[in-house]
Design a protein around this ligand. Structure first.
Ligand SMILES: CC(C)(COP(=O)(O)OP(=O)(O)OC[C@H]1O[C@@H](n2cnc3c(N)ncnc32)[C@H](O)[C@@H]1OP(=O)(O)O)[C@@H](O)C(=O)NCCC(=O)NCCS
Length: 163
């Protein structure tokens, strides 16, 4: 990990992002989607580059109220199983805590056992499924991790109404 540097995704990274994206996803984003995300408000867009400046991994997220939603996370095939995605997700978690967010949520393909293993080892739980979520009809599993101890919505007792 020490030979990698984490930084914000920057305009100009699109060609490298597009290249890695095509190696990682059947429904790859074009570069202009990455550019639009970098310029949109309330985003968290980070990359890891190696000592030679090669883009090795990236994480693109968008705030949805107090939830940081993971739009994309990927590691270039030659750089996998070195903790890069884990490291980017850890940084996102620290960011959510710093910003007073409550959760990180993502969708993952039902067949993507590797990514599910990554999220499970980091404490993400499957909270639902979205049938046919992906363009090819595959279901999305919704996984989330909570960073604040929230009051339970209903604790079984009647309370006096306030407000
Ligand atoms: C899923 C993905 C992002 C993981 O990236 P990575 O940098 O290789 O992951 P890490 O090295 O940080 O993995 C950390 C841990 O997650 C788990 N894990 C990650 N990939 C795994 C795999 N293919 N199979 C099983 N467990 C896996 C392991 O516990 C791993 O620790 P270990 O290597 O010590 O066993 C990468 O495989 C990828 O880019 N896949 C294609 C795109 C994709 O599916 N993105 C996720 C969309 S939801």
């Amino acid at each position: 990990m020490s030979r990698f540097t984490e930084r914000d995704a920057l305009r100009g990274d699109e060609p490298a992002l597009e290249e890695v994206e095509r190696e990682c996803f059947s429904d790859a984003w074009p570069g202009r989607f990455f550019a639009a995300e970098m310029e949109a408000p309330r985003r968290y867009c980070r990359v890891l580059v190696d000592s030679g400046g090669q883009l090795a991994a990236y994480l693109f997220c968008a705030w949805q109220y107090l939830d940081l939603h993971v739009l994309k996370v990927a590691t270039r095939p030659g750089f996998r199983r070195q903790g890069l995605a884990h490291s980017l997700m850890e940084s996102a978690e620290a960011f959510v805590v710093r910003e007073g967010g409550e959760t990180i949520t993502l969708e993952v393909r039902r067949s993507n056992i590797g990514a599910q293993a990554l999220y499970s080892t980091m404490g993400y739980s499957t909270v639902g499924t979205r049938p046919g979520y992906y363009a090819d009809g595959e279901d999305g599993m919704v996984m989330t991790k909570m960073f604040t101890a929230r009051e339970p919505l209903y604790d079984g007792y009647e309370h006096e109404k306030t407000g």
